[in-house]
Design a protein around this ligand. Structure first.
Ligand code: FUL
Length: 699
């Protein structure tokens, strides 16, 4: 062999070695990596938040700091009930508001008198943190603490002395209550407050005032396994909204040194930073009700199952964790209605992910690192998250196919990257082979620790995942496929101003059956197809039915009186007439609020023709910050819009706490014009608001 040929052979051997031999080693990590404690935190996925503190007793969201410890007085506080509920809901831990912005402490801190120790609860001998830590130990839950940096009670807030106090409290919390998995620091900081009686506005520098380096050092010293939550981490970041969703593109990376508590470009946090310098994954915090704290007025506003399921898929299913808040009530218990919804969510998630079809597939890949079985395609279905499929060095696009022996229905895919080696993938799509043809199901960007896609049910003989963009060789530890059942929720029934009734459910594979004659509907009753008119008083009864398994919901009942198609608002005594159509559009979610007025506000409505009236309805505005709710009314009627007579006056009892539709009856009288006057408004507001006004007629 000539020397030239020998060189060629050696070169070929070297090439072979480079392209195969070295790849039997695991790939090198790429980019910022999670720490051990972050990896442990990622595994929690879903845990509870408890907002329970002074605000629970003052019916506030943000107390001023001037509240008295004597106001904190739960009658049945039972941390075991919280822990039991949280455990049964499938959550892995709980974070409690040890101190919120009003400064009241749920534990008997030795650094302040503003705590449970001066409250009537357990004669000042109680400690909510201790109760909860014991309950968590009993139920196998992790515990975390929320300690508000902002303190509207403390006289020294704004001075260095307060920072020492804040650090001391942190020490107390991290010393006395066992293992803490997360320390939660709120971004809301500085502003007006009581401040020991000064009653003024105090501003601080978010970046420097609290001496974060020291605070972090305390946490590292006392609870080395705890992650630290803040707008910019350092361990876990806020997701940039309080609604429970991350963007579809969601990096666990962040340019951490740019982000600080109160970061103004917080919307960036919904996606993180593709080229972030640190591993700072997102946590989605959201309350099961409109507010974080318990308000009796929100008892009827617990999030629907459909909404909670959406939150789950848009947080856990988008590379984030879900921190779901329970506003423990003034008895000191998780409210029954919240528990019901929590369990419904749990049940639905269990059903959706009951049977992983991917396990039965035969898996193949277009490229396997070093052709070695330890990186083979089968690793994505072996049920072990520490094994993975990966490709040759530098190969950043590749496909993985799951083949089935016989056609199988699917509507969910779950994918996981092996994040210990970094987050890599930023482009992928999913195809399904249906009747022998490949069909594109979805095109997406990032995966991260967990990505779940929902799609319409298809019957497939194979599913293909194409990685189309990755910062380095993709490293996929797990793929699951499911055929989730249809989501069965009660129908929502609406009527618009023209009288057209429509009904809907969240899943298009669910049927709606209804009656209009007052009889109980069954799956044999007429099936709802499209909107229809109802102009005369009618009770609609409807249920949702899943033809797949013959399950059905309980009956939803709605009463509609005459339609409002010819109605007009003729006068509002304060505010713009142009906006007032909202109070008669048969949509309680579109609300009308008057301008402020020193005299009682009135609205006059023309019903279009004379009706035999025997009552009226008032739907108050709802939501997180309702204003202008009428508590005392005067309702008048007229045939000619000149001579008026008062048909009813009175009080909407308990409307503040329970803002539901009010119905008032009076002696049947013929009239064409009606007038509602807000004689008294909740909280003495000068505005009057209306979600919807209606009448009850006699036919
Ligand atoms: C916010 C706070 O201001 C709210 O009161 C609540 O605690 C929520 C979780 O964080 O920023």
């Amino acid at each position: 062999m000539s020397k030239f040929n020998l060189n060629l052979v050696l070169l070929a051997l070297l090439n072979f070695y480079l392209s195969h031999g070295q790849y039997t080693d695991a790939p090198e990590p790429y980019g910022p990596l999670p720490t051990e404690r972050q990896l442990a935190w990622h595994n929690l996925e879903y845990y509870g938040f408890i907002h329970f503190n002074m605000n629970t007793f003052t019916n506030m969201e943000w107390g001023m700091g001037s509240e008295k410890p004597s106001q904190f007085n739960p009658t049945q506080l039972d941390a075991r009930q919280w822990a039991k509920t949280i455990k049964e809901a499938g959550m892995k831990g709980v974070i409690i508001t040890a101190k919120h912005h009003d400064g009241f402490c749920l534990w008997p801190s030795k650094y302040t008198e503003h705590s449970v120790k001066n409250s009537p609860w357990k004669n000042g001998k109680g400690d909510v943190l201790k109760d909860l830590s014991e309950a968590c130990a009993e139920y196998g839950l992790k515990m975390g603490v929320y300690l508000s940096p902002w303190d509207r009670n403390h006289a020294d807030y704004g001075k260095p002395e307060y920072v020492t106090y804040f650090h001391n409290q942190l020490r107390e919390l991290l010393t006395n209550y066992g293992q803490i998995f997360e320390v939660w620091f709120d971004g809301a900081n500085g502003g007006s407050g009581y401040y020991g009686g000064a009653n003024e506005t105090r501003k601080i520098d978010n970046k420097t005032y609290y001496q974060w380096d020291k605070a972090i050092a305390i946490i590292r010293e006392l609870q080395p396994n705890a992650v630290i939550f803040g707008d910019g981490g350092p361990g876990v970041r806020w997701v940039g909204n309080e609604e429970g969703w991350a963007n579809e593109t969601n990096w666990s990376l962040l340019e951490r040194n740019k982000v600080y508590p109160g970061y103004s470009k917080y919307k960036e946090l919904r996606s993180g930073h593709e080229n972030g310098t640190h591993w700072v994954p997102a946590e989605c915090d959201v309350s099961i009700r409109p507010g974080w704290y318990y308000h009796p007025s929100e008892d009827s506003q617990v999030k629907s199952l459909e909404h909670l399921v959406k939150i789950y898929y848009e947080s856990v299913g988008r590379n984030a964790s879900l921190l779901l808040n329970l506003p423990v009530d003034d008895r000191g218990l998780v409210h029954e209605r919240d528990s019901v919804q929590l369990m419904a969510l749990k049940e639905q998630i269990n059903k959706d992910f009951a049977n992983n079809i991917a396990k039965t597939a035969k898996v193949g890949a277009t490229n396997v690192r070093g052709n070695h079985s330890k990186f083979g395609a089968g690793k994505v279905i072996d049920g072990d998250n520490n094994t993975y499929w990966t490709t040759d060095e530098g190969v950043t696009t590749a496909s993985l196919t799951l083949n089935f022996d016989s056609p199988t229905e699917v509507n969910r895919i779950l994918l996981q990257e092996y994040i210990a080696l970094g987050q890599r993938v930023y482009g992928f799509n999913v195809e399904a082979r249906i009747d022998g043809n490949w069909k594109l199901i979805d095109t997406q960007t990032t995966i991260g620790v967990k990505r779940i896609l929902r799609f319409d049910t298809v019957e497939v003989s194979a599913v293909r995942v194409n990685i189309t963009a990755s910062k380095a060789a993709p490293v996929i530890s797990n793929i699951e496929l499911y055929r989730a059942p249809n989501l069965l929720t009660q129908p929502i029934i609406k009527r618009d101003k023209s009288g057209v009734v429509s009904m809907e459910v969240s899943d298009k594979n669910i049927d709606i059956h209804y009656t209009l004659d007052g009889s109980e509907p069954t799956e044999k009753s007429p099936k709802y197809q499209s909107g229809f008119r109802i102009d005369k008083p009618t009770t609609i009864k409807a249920l949702a039915y899943n033809p797949e398994n013959r399950e059905k919901t309980s009956v939803k009942e709605m009463y509609f009186d005459i339609s409002k198609k010819d109605w007009k608002v003729l006068k509002v005594s304060a505010g713009k007439l142009g906006d007032a159509h909202r109070l008669i559009d048969d949509n309680p979610n579109s609300t009308w609020v008057s301008a402020a007025s020193d005299t009682a506000v009135e609205v006059v409505v023309d019903l279009g023709e004379v009706q035999r009236l025997q009552g009226f309805t008032y739907m108050p505005v709802r939501g997180r910050w309702p204003v202008g709710i009428v508590s005392q009314y005067e309702f008048s009627i007229s045939r000619d819009n000149k001579t008026w007579s008062v048909a009813a006056t009175g009080e909407f009892a308990n409307i503040k706490n329970n803002p539901i539709k009010q119905t008032v009856s009076f002696k049947t009288t013929k009239a064409r014009f009606v007038k509602l006057k807000g004689v008294k408004i909740i909280d003495d507001d000068k505005r009057m608001s209306v979600g919807e006004i209606g009448v009850i007629t006699k036919q």
